[in-house]
Write a protein that binds this ligand. Structure first.
Ligand code: BGC
Length: 758
């Protein structure tokens, strides 16, 4: 207990605006001294102050007038701000999405919020401001926009994920913001879902490696360092697996499956130190995740040992009433979610969550112990971030926002993601002396390259584009000279503009670079009913094919839109995903051979909308109409991607050779040779297949990968180690097991089998 004298001493320090330190070593009961600080502060708090810490409101709730009205400006309404921060003790504010303020304007906004919290609130607890900086500090003018996560996954090099997250953290913190709602760790095996571009694709292991790298980059070794921010893993759990492919729609997954495919990336990121987790807005097996005690409390905070705090997704308390129909009213929804383990509620518009929760505690329906647990977790993150000591680090710490070095990092990542899917008769790289028509909806748009969450939430607003950046057309023009390069739009995303004009222009060109793709969108606006590339875009390719000129398709798309019908009409196909601000330059660089492409698919590219399987499907999925096993026939397989050179695989060897016992480690060696005439990079992928198991095993599972660079003619022996736990799966009792028996290792075209025994 604090004596009245000590309370006086604490308050005196607070009034001075000093660092919040409780000088009471007698209180120390925890191994981590930070926990003592948390408890000391908690012991001073009223119920209302505690519940306020659990409340996260939107910037719109503290602004003058209608937030969305007008352009390029918002003004903090000090009466609204004071009411929420002082009367309702709100401890967290979030987001933007309307326009991108410059760092200095951001700091003013955040400063105004912190000033009320730090100088006028009773306990001077700093506000925790959160934002979606999902591919760079995307809501800050002048920041570097990196490739979206799906493109980063296609690099198969976690160093790019780590670098992007490090720069993002720096540039977010430069705006005075210490908390980022990133990374997205949803494994997605449903290509219709409009948020695939925000994920690392369909594989659990690749997502694990990339996600942990992002947490390392974002939080650094010490998250209190003012160049780092707290990560927020989202969306726990299963959000990317909607049954009908629509955003925020139901997911049906056996727990066995959740454990094997969905949880591991979250576990890896938690082990890497991630401080916060956002809950899935949808339902899994009919249970909305926000009220799932088993998921949040037993699994996440229990088994997975997550010590940070959980936050709801946007307005998801009200969604429990309106969309999910599991609560009669908001009060009941608040009760269910907090009892399930939710620590902070993202209610962008008002303080209703706090009002209900205070009453629920007073009425004895939510125990104070649950509130204390939530607030401890939240305060601890605020202490860990150093917010009490340094709520708004000085701008002088951030001289490098938008620096040339960071732009170069984004450019390198964009180059590394580009995935060559077809190169008939080595049509690519194109000669620089050629005349080129650049056409298509994505040909002359920065917005298509950047995708959603770019300067605005939707990413569609052109007014905030960084005009000095190059679209695909502009980059090709810059490379070849304007006389050689023409541009005709041909279509928009879904409508014809001037296909006939494109055909006419094609007559004068040697090559047609046709840039198809998806307009930027995220969340519900990204829902589609048909995975096919929109008809107008297919029509453009068909019309151009009539000219007989070689066609190079460049696909700028968040998800794999079906191209089956036009694929035979194209001589070359380059998949660019959503490569970010430097994507135009990178595409030109690869098309004209200055860089050799090295990206590989992070998902299975489907051929038919009625044939959707991930690479790690079951053998029974492959059965065809003739009762054979040829039913798996995607357009392109997971892990696929060509190069301007060729690679040969040889000498797949094991140590020990054929039998591995207990904890013994199997070393796998393979030699890769660059058999072509150009230097290139290859992603060496190791898959295992369990030949017989008590649960039908996946045909293969990615276990290891390494991206290597080889000069022409050069060889490299690549070594991987596998242990019994790398062969494990979740059995019918929801337990991880490795069952004895034979396993095949596949690397490139080579296969070799060994036996594992306990
Ligand atoms: C999205 C989250 C995002 C949050 C805050 C939600 O609608 O699902 O990914 O972090 O909004 O913007």
């Amino acid at each position: 207990m604090l004596s009245p004298l000590k309370i006086m001493a604490c308050l005196f320090m607070l009034v001075l605006g000093d660092i919040f330190v409780v000088p009471d070593t007698a209180m120390a009961t925890y191994a981590d001294p930070m926990d003592n600080r948390v408890d000391s502060l908690l012991s001073l708090m009223t119920l209302e102050e505690k519940v306020g810490q659990m409340t996260n409101i939107g910037l719109m709730a503290v602004c003058k007038g209608d937030f969305w009205e007008g352009r390029d400006t918002i003004e903090i309404d000090s009466a609204k701000l004071r009411r929420l921060l002082l009367d309702h003790h709100v401890g967290s504010v979030q987001n933007m999405g309307k326009y991108p303020p410059a760092p200095a304007e951001w700091r003013q906004l955040i400063g105004a919020v912190q000033q009320v919290a730090l100088q006028e609130s009773r306990l001077r607890i700093p506000v925790l401001y959160g934002i979606d900086g999902v591919h760079g500090a995307n809501y800050t003018a002048g920041s570097v926009l990196f490739p979206q996560q799906i493109a980063t996954a296609a690099t198969w090099d976690p160093a790019f994920a780590e670098t992007a997250a490090r720069v993002t953290a720096y540039e977010i913190r430069a705006a005075g913001i210490p908390w980022n709602y990133s990374p997205v760790l949803d494994v997605c095996k449903q290509p219709l879902w409009g948020r695939i571009f925000e994920t690392f694709g369909e594989d659990t292991y690749l997502t694990q490696q990339m996600g942990a790298a992002m947490v390392r980059g974002m939080q650094g070794d010490d998250v209190a360092d003012p160049h780092h921010v707290a990560a927020c893993l989202k969306h726990f759990a299963g959000y990317g697996m909607a049954y009908n492919g629509k955003d925020r729609s139901p997911v049906y997954l056996p727990e066995r499956w959740l454990r094997q495919y969905i949880f591991p990336p979250f576990q890896a990121a938690i082990d890497a130190g991630a401080l916060t987790v956002m809950i899935n807005s949808g339902s899994v097996n009919g249970i909305p995740s926000h009220i799932d005690y088993h998921l949040i409390t037993e699994v996440l905070k229990g088994e997975m040992n997550f010590q940070g705090f959980t936050i709801s997704d946007w307005s998801d308390i009200m969604n429990l009433v309106e969309a999910h129909q599991v609560a009669a009213d908001e009060r009941e929804a608040v009760k269910l979610s907090v009892l399930a383990g939710l620590d902070m509620c993202m209610e962008p518009y008002d303080e209703s969550f706090a009002v209900h929760l205070v009453q629920l505690v007073k009425d004895g329906e939510v125990p104070m112990s649950r509130i204390d647990d939530a607030v401890r977790r939240i305060l601890k993150v605020k202490f860990q971030l150093g917010l009490f000591e340094n709520p708004l680090p000085p701008p002088s710490l951030y001289p490098a926002v938008g620096s040339a070095a960071s732009v170069a990092e984004s450019y390198q990542a964009a180059l590394a993601c580009l995935t060559l899917l077809k190169n008939e008769a080595a049509v690519l790289p194109l000669p620089k002396k050629a005349n080129v028509l650049v056409t298509g909806a994505a040909a002359n748009s920065l917005n298509y390259l950047n995708g959603g969450w770019s300067r605005t939430w939707s990413g569609r607003e052109t007014a905030y584009n960084d005009e000095e950046k190059q679209t695909i057309f502009e980059a090709i023009q810059a490379k070849l000279g304007s006389e050689q390069v023409s541009f005709v739009p041909g279509t928009t995303y879904t409508e014809e503009v001037d296909i006939a004009a494109a055909v006419t222009a094609a007559q004068a060109a040697d090559y047609l670079v046709v840039c198809l793709g998806e307009q930027p969108a995220t969340e519900k606006p990204s829902d589609i009913d048909d995975l096919s590339m929109p008809q107008a875009q297919l029509d453009l390719v068909r019309a151009l094919a009539q000219t007989g000129k070689p066609i190079i398709l460049v696909l700028v798309e968040g998800r794999p839109r079906l191209i089956r019908e036009i694929e035979p009409l194209a001589n070359g196909i380059l998949l660019a995903y959503v490569p970010g601000q430097e994507g135009g330059r990178a595409i030109a660089e690869v098309l004209f051979g200055d860089t050799n492409p090295s990206g590989k698919l992070p998902y299975t590219y489907p051929r038919y909308s009625g044939s959707i399987w991930a690479y790690d499907h079951l053998r029974s999925d492959e059965r065809d109409q003739n009762f054979g096993y040829d039913g798996f026939n995607p357009q392109y397989e997971f892990g696929f991607g060509l190069s301007y050179t060729t690679f040969a695989y040889a000498d797949l060897r094991f140590l020990p050779d054929t039998v591995v016992t207990g904890e013994e480690v199997l070393e796998v060696r393979v030699t890769v040779t660059n058999t072509g005439k150009r230097a290139g990079q290859e992603v060496v992928q190791l898959y295992t297949s369990d030949l017989v198991a008590s649960i039908s095993p996946a045909v293969k599972q990615l276990r290891r990968f390494a991206k290597i660079a080889l000069a022409p003619g050069a060889s490299q022996e690549v070594r991987f180690s596998l242990a019994a736990k790398d062969l494990a799966f979740v059995n019918q009792h929801n337990q991880w097991v490795t069952e004895p028996g034979a396993f095949t290792v596949t690397i490139g075209p080579l296969k070799k089998t060994f036996v594992w025994q306990p």
